[in-house]
Every structure is written in C-alpha cells, then in structure tokens.
Design a protein. Structure first.
Length: 198
C-alpha cells in the first residue's frame, strides 16, 4: 500500500457512495444485498470483519439488519471517517480502524465471518492475503467474498477466485451475481459471490 494509493482512495471517498452498490441508497438495491448476505450468516449477533470496508455501507447493513458486531478495516482515512459518521447512531455500532486490509491488525480466530467486497482482486499476492484473512476466523467461521472481472480487463474471474480459495479451504460455493438488482443497472461484467464455511 502506497501513499499514492491512499490519496487516490481518499479522493474517491466523497463520491464513492454515488454508485448504487456502494451507497445502497436505492431501497431495492439495499434489499437485494440484505437478502443476499443475511442468510449466509446463520446466527444473529455474530462478529464480522468487513475488510476493505470503504465508507462502511455493508458494515452498517449487517449491524442494522442482522444485529451483527462489525469491525471495518480500510486504509483510507477519509473512507473510515465517512464510515464512522454513517454508522454513528447504529446499534450495535460498528467499529472502524484505518489499516491495510491485506494485513488487518485484528486478533486471530476471533471472527465468525470475514467479508470482503471487491478487494481481493487488487492485492499483489491474493493467496497471502487470503491466508491472513482466514487466520481471523473461528474454527467454524465463514469467508464471504464478492469479486468480479470487469469489462475494463481488471479483476479476478470466478474460476480464478474459486481456485485461490480452494487451495486453502475445502468448502467453496460459487454464486454468480449477474442480476441487475445488486448493481442498480444491467451489467456485462462477471460478478460473483464465494462462500467458504469452516
């Protein structure tokens, strides 16, 4: 992580939530994400690490809708500032820290769920990053990845991401997310969800 990258994401923070899937301001888009994510987390009030959390929209959603205890991590101070502001009156109130999501300074084996949306693709060594994230999970913990291969040519294909997770975990489920309800408009990219349960 470089200062240039941090500055770039700090600059993006003011308009980050304008994207339908970032801000979840449209009730239909928000409901689609609630219906997608909450059934993946079996019990109420579990501990969730939201890595590369941006402005904290998914942290807020999981706390408000599921009563989960969320810790968000992002290396952009401005993203974290906005996340804290957004979640200030949420119960339970998510916690947020400024740190590199590739090496989150969180206690090992203390989270029931590790969630990352559109983060892994940007990492120079995704296998190392996945190892770091998996160490945060309790023995029966769940890894949830939302990733994609965009029309610009960047990202990870579903096959690539399944292979990466399968090298480290036995249980790997793939679900394509090509429904426009998640994104606020039709997409031509390959976007998907991977769930790996302990």
């Amino acid at each position: 992580m470089t200062e240039d990258a941090r500055s770039l994401w700090d600059a993006e923070a003011s308009t980050f939530d304008d994207a339908a899937d970032h801000g979840l301001r449209d009730p239909g888009v928000r409901r689609a994400w609630v219906d997608l994510l909450l059934p993946l987390i079996d019990d109420p009030g579990v501990r969730v690490a939201d890595l590369g959390c941006g402005t904290g929209t998914l942290s807020l959603l999981l706390a408000e809708e599921g009563g989960h205890f969320v810790c968000g991590v992002d290396f952009s101070p401005e993203m974290i500032r906005r996340a804290r502001e957004k979640c200030d009156h949420t119960i339970p109130k998510p916690g947020f820290i400024v740190a590199d999501a590739a090496h989150p300074p969180l206690p090992a084996a203390s989270f029931d769920v590790v969630l990352a949306r559109h983060v892994l693709w940007a990492m120079p060594d995704p296998t190392e990053v996945l190892r770091n994230w998996i160490t945060l999970l309790t023995p029966m913990g769940t890894l949830i990845l939302i990733e994609g291969r965009w029309h610009t040519g960047v990202g990870l294909t579903a096959d690539e991401c399944v292979r990466l997770v399968s090298e480290l975990r036995d249980d790997v489920e793939l679900r394509m997310l090509d429904d426009a309800s998640y994104w606020g408009e039709p997409i031509t990219d390959e976007r998907y969800l991977i769930v790996s349960r302990g």
